[in-house]
Ligand binder design. Structure first.
Ligand SMILES: Nc1nc2c([nH]c(=O)n2[C@H]2C[C@H](O)[C@@H](COP(=O)(O)OP(=O)(O)OP(=O)(O)O)O2)c(=O)[nH]1
Length: 160
């Protein structure tokens, strides 16, 4: 769509480890009613003047109370991102939790950091899904537009 009128959304595929990931975090939306109960990548809308990566770090801090170290983009065919419903597009990045204390990204956050993730007001639940069981990951009731992204993520991690 010309003129940059698309809503730009960013989402994080938060992994338990950068070097040898075994789990990815999914979050269950609390609102709006039409999306309540469906699963998604934590994130939200990019604000004017913000880069996608800055927006994603901000959103995850606000929604989950965690700091992220962003890794790679789960690339869509369209460089503007994956198509969502309406005219929205979403760019998705893999990430790990960062301790935030030294400003150093952690390559393996470990159980203590994983346990730190809390579903805030925006989410009913947050769940770590096993990457070794792609069927179980895909069987979750994701927002329908997310399914091709989840499949691409699983493929990306399988071939890394
Ligand atoms: N965060 C997120 N949003 C998604 C995903 N898939 C998908 O279709 N969406 C849609 C749902 C929403 O219509 C839109 C994101 O809006 P949002 O409500 O999360 O954004 P926000 O936190 O900035 O919220 P707000 O201030 O506008 O209320 O993108 C996904 O995996 N993650």
């Amino acid at each position: 769509m010309p003129g940059g009128t698309r809503t730009r959304v960013v989402g994080a595929a938060i992994l338990d480890s950068a070097s040898a990931p075994t789990r990815v975090l999914a979050a269950q939306r609390a609102y709006p009613e039409s999306l309540r109960g469906l699963w998604e990548f934590p994130g939200g809308k990019q604000e004017p003047g913000e880069t996608p990566r800055d927006a994603l770090v901000r959103e995850c801090r606000e929604e989950l109370g965690v700091d992220l170290a962003l890794l790679d983009e789960v690339e869509a065919a369209d460089p503007e991102g994956w198509p969502l419903s309406g005219t929205a597009v979403m760019r998705v990045f893999t990430a790990v939790l960062s301790s935030g204390s030294q400003g150093e990204p952690s390559t393996d956050p470990g159980p203590a950091l994983e346990a730190r993730v809390r579903a805030g007001d925006d989410h009913l639940a947050a769940r770590w899904l096993p990457l070794a069981d792609p069927g179980a990951v895909l069987a979750l009731p994701w927002i329908p537009a997310d399914l091709p992204i989840v499949a691409a993520l699983l493929e990306l991690l399988r071939t890394e």
